[in-house]
Ligand binder design. Structure first.
Ligand code: GRF
Length: 216
């Protein structure tokens, strides 16, 4: 399965996917990294690894989001991409693109969905006094941060946490969870049925995901 990672910034989740894909036994390869910003640090990091990396800046499309995504779609077709992994891609996709790629786009979000959709998830988790926080990988639907959940990892909230410390522990879990979830999708073990993800029995998450004490 040929994967494209969409990024807007540093690209640490993209690098975690790239590490997983470097294993010859992994069922996906990272064929392309694409960004809406030529300045995204992750583009240079991908190129250093020999991964094709392209920017399709949204500004020249002057607010025509669908035209921007048609340009992206043409690149995905040219590169024979099978699956899109959103990895810190900071633009909401249009219904046109989401439906065209239905069940072929997955996203990582830094909260235990359906809680805390949107931005500033770590600060909001702390404000509500949540005892548990974490991250989710899900199939993408038109509404932001919605769609069938593939996998989640949980992180305990400590009394001394601030958004940065909590976010750092969540990010460490993201880097483990996203390759795990991509493996489930690329191998066919995770399938959407009636807007829920069904995992084949042997694909139950290993105990290493959702560690009860948040340690690696
Ligand atoms: C991650 O926290 C991810 O969950 C969110 O955006 C951030 C991207 O970080 N969607 P990075 O670019 O992968 O380092």
């Amino acid at each position: 399965m040929r994967v494209a990672a969409f990024i807007s910034g540093r690209g640490s989740n993209m690098l975690a996917l790239s590490d997983a894909c470097a294993d010859p036994g992994f069922p996906a390869s990272l064929a392309l990294v694409l960004s809406n910003s030529a300045e995204a640090q992750g583009l240079a990091l991908a190129r250093e690894r020999g991964i094709a990396a392209e920017a399709v800046p949204h500004r020249p499309f002057a607010g025509d989001r669908e035209a921007h995504e048609r340009a992206i779609d043409a690149i995905l077709t040219r590169e024979r991409i099978d699956l899109v992994c959103l990895a810190g891609y900071m633009r909401l996709l249009t219904p046109w693109f989401v439906e065209r790629w239905r069940n072929r786009i997955i996203n990582i979000h830094p909260s235990l969905l359906p809680a805390f959709k949107g931005l500033n998830t770590h600060a909001r988790a702390l404000e509500t006094g949540a005892r548990w926080h974490g991250c989710s990988v899900h199939f993408v639907r038109v509404a932001m941060d919605e769609g069938p959940i593939i996998a989640q990892a949980i992180v305990p909230v400590a009394a001394h946490d601030d958004p940065a410390s909590l976010g750092a522990r969540v990010l460490a879990q993201e880097h483990r969870l996203y390759p795990h979830a991509l493996g489930l999708v690329a191998s066919g073990a995770a399938q959407v049925e009636g807007e829920r993800v069904i995992l084949r029995d042997h694909a139950l998450p290993p105990a290493a995901i959702n560690p009860p004490d948040g340690r690696k």
